[in-house]
Design a protein around this ligand. Sequence first.
Ligand code: G4P
Length: 534
Amino acid sequence: MLATPVVQKEIQRRRTFAIISHPDAGKTTLTEKLLYHGGVIHETGEVKGKQGSKAVTSDWMELERQKGISITSSVMTFDYNQLRVNLLDTPGHKDFSEDTYRVLMAVESACMLIDVAKGVEERTKKLYEVCRLRHIPIFTFVNKLDREGKDPLTLIDEVEKTLNMQCYPVTWPLGIGQRFRGIYNRLTKEIWIYDQRREEVEDYKVIPFEPGKDDAILYDYLDKESADQVIGELELIEGALPPFDVQAFLNGEISPVTFGSAKQNFGVDTFLNFFTQYAPGPQPRKTKDEKTIDPCDANFTGFVFKIQANMDRRHRDRIAFIRICSGKFDRGMKVQHSRLERELRLSYASQFIAADKATIEDAYAGDIVGVGDTGNFAIGDCVSATGKVRFEDIPKFAPELFGKLSVRDALKRQKMLEALKHLSEEGAIQLFYDPAFGPQDPIVGAVGELQFEVLIHRLQDEYNLEVKLTRLSFSVARWPRLEGKALDQLNGGFTIYRDMIDQPVILLNQEWDLNWAQRENPKVEFATSISRAR
Ligand code: G4P
């Protein structure tokens, strides 16, 4: 049964997306400018500290501030062009791919941010691959046009070749670096001229422009060399490119490219206008039993894609972020928790606007709500107002670094085990144990070095635990399966460990050992990731 027309209208105006980028490409700066255009913040600098200290909404943790990197992902909401936009931040650091993947499961599109001087960086490539796995449409925003960088044709060629993705320039930069004066919007046939002498630009000129016909205008605003270059480039692309193919974009085959400078607030509004016109709203979602749930269905459904503990230190809270897949959420509503097979009341719910967390009364498919959790939720859990629902699994990635922790004060060992359990439920680390010693002696697994650093820091900062990490020599974790079923025994004398949901797993020192395991057990599949139980 479909929701009421009023609810459907609310659902249809939701746009949920994530920004992905290599660290330093300007994600925080762009986020800030988007929130500014959305009227959420009134002065830029509210999100990012002026002196480069990231006193940020999207960066909660002290370590992030110290390191200047974004390692957790957060959600921010604003209205623009009558749409409700939910922006999910993603960690740029490679050690947090899993977190990124989970965020991408909760969005309908992504914006790939590229630094004009650096082009496609290693991390952009990896994140892009994750997007491609999910087949989500990708916008590209080329940033830092106020700095010298690659010329736009070279950059587009690089994106196309490196990512094997066709690009469609929606805007075109007028000059670059010191000579950057504005952008040409190919769809609306207008040039937007900015004044670069001012740090924050509010006034700009919008002039109708037809390439080939109105070229003379460019000489009024650009130096001769830049104007000649733009005219030549536009001649080339206008003649060569077919019209924007919306369906190819929605299929994730073409990426529309816009140019600008997040810092100077150039081109951000053009991007937003384009985004609100073409970004897909909430889409139907497949369930594990091959059903498809329409976002406008009257029944409320959703899944937990992120858990964050201790966002508010004073209250030692833990928030489960639920992506609503269908229907309407009302604060205090009762839902069925599919994994626990019991009813729960979602009494405390919030959304995030700039630095503030606001309590909300209702939310709709496409929205993300943070609900207070006392330990009922794990990543991947599904909820539904009526009946049971199980959406597609959220995979765990195989860790490559392993260690054991000891706590200085032996009396605090139990507290450390509790803390590790919390952090593993958040997906911050993975835990394994040898059945001979039991879960009281866990092995900690991480995908990257920084995860260990964050773990030690958080144990100290949030739990007041001073720990020492002793590295183990493992570097490979695989989950053995035979015909889709978990395997408890293998030929070759391998120790079978357990993960935290009691799945059998082998931990090996090197790839060579894995080859050996495979030779000894030719019919066995050694999976690199496993799904979280639902
Ligand atoms: P991130 O979240 O992707 O890591 O990037 P962030 O926004 O923190 O930006 C990284 C650096 O790039 C910052 O400089 C920021 O000001 C700068 N930046 C972002 N967008 C632009 C742009 O369009 N043009 C120019 N020229 N710079 C840009 P910083 O020196 O680390 O900090 P700050 O002192 O400038 O705040």
